[in-house]
Design a protein around this ligand. Sequence first.
Ligand code: G6P
Ligand code: MN
Length: 461
Amino acid sequence: MIGASRKAGARRKGTDVRLTILGGGGFRVPLVYGALLGDRAEGRVTHVVLHDLDAARLSAVSRVLAEQAAGVPDAPEVTATTDLDEALRGADFVFSAIRVGGLQGRADDERVALAEGVLGQETVGAGGIAYGLRTVPVAVDIARRVARLAPDAWVINFTNPAGLVTEAMSRHLGDRVIGICDSPVGLGRRIARVLGADPDQAWIDYVGLNHLGWVRGLRVAGRDELPRLLADPALLGSFEEGRLFGPEWLGSLGAIPNEYLHYYYFNREAVRAYRTAERTRGAFLRDQQERFYAEAGRADVSALELWDRTRAEREATYMAENRQAAGAGEREADDLSGGYEKVALALMRAVARNERATLILNVRNRGTLCVLDPEAVVEVPCLVDANGAHPMAVDPLPGHATALVCAVKAVERDVLAAAESGSRATAVRAFALHPLVDSVAVARRLVDGYTAVHPGLAYLR
Ligand code: G6P
Ligand code: MN
């Protein structure tokens, strides 16, 4: 098997770089392709292989990419397939951006949780556990196939819940899988901006798990500028996380949390806002994307323009309920450009060209956070080069943050154990031990509710 994949690789020209995107019919694929089109340097991606289970989605996204590539010399060639093994053979990089159960699954995750009065967000709390239980078996199957068919490939995991899914895959791929998220970079950039610092010259001291981390410092030329921000309510009120959490709470914490910590620190308010919203985020995106995929195939429609309008609407409404609960107002124009495709490209460049870069990534802990074991995937600044991503030494977290990180990692471990053993009791324990699920009885009903709506959870016995 390994020989076969090597041969496929060897047949290609030396300068060929092949990127396979799993979930290649996904809505955010054009962001990635747009970033690739802007990369003119030696060693750039020359061939993109889109894989998806749904051929219609593949053709809709292919139309968008074709419009993006029009007039761009040497645009990376794009091919599409519904055959997973074919997509993986010969890959140098694999982006895994799948959504098991689709956006209907995401909406169901939210609905079942909200009916119990707890959060159903796709990465946090009950919803994140349900989504993890559905996704881990699929991600593990992919990881095993990559290990067999493309053992030298680097896998970049976009699939949420990203930390948990990366950890599941790392059990089969070791350090060849790296998880990414744009929220830490976005946060770092916003803090640098309000402090008048160049984000590319700043060292961002960010530590935690995916969607559960804190910026404890921002050093420019060796000097920590964060205390200046924390002491200035006006400055704190001038960016997204400052408005979301409020200057007073940030002053008390002495750190700036990732926006997803709003679900923890203001749980009651967030749950209330989600319960009273006309539609949940998942249901909104489900309806929005249904329209997009239906219309993108029409001959009289520019798939790219349609995609761009749809994307703008998605970004403008991101975390709208949290902002509403906090009275934080609209998002800022600078925050609407997404960014995770930039993280992915920067990571791929650093690995492919041995261009050293410091990026905040999801990797195995080693000894970085001493309260967690070496195999636990954490989200920390990493030095990236041709040998992969190496977590950098960081100061320990304060007690309250350590407690949350350890509690959530224990839940993730139960999700992984339940996915491996098929034990329903272990799945109940995962829900029950989550800090945002307030009763074992609720946890039991959540498992009943989720197994009733998700065929992908039939393995829980
Ligand atoms: C942020 C998060 C991602 C998430 C994305 C889109 O970038 O870090 O994990 O996938 O937002 O969120 P949405 O609600 O639009 O799907
Ligand atoms: Mn994320």
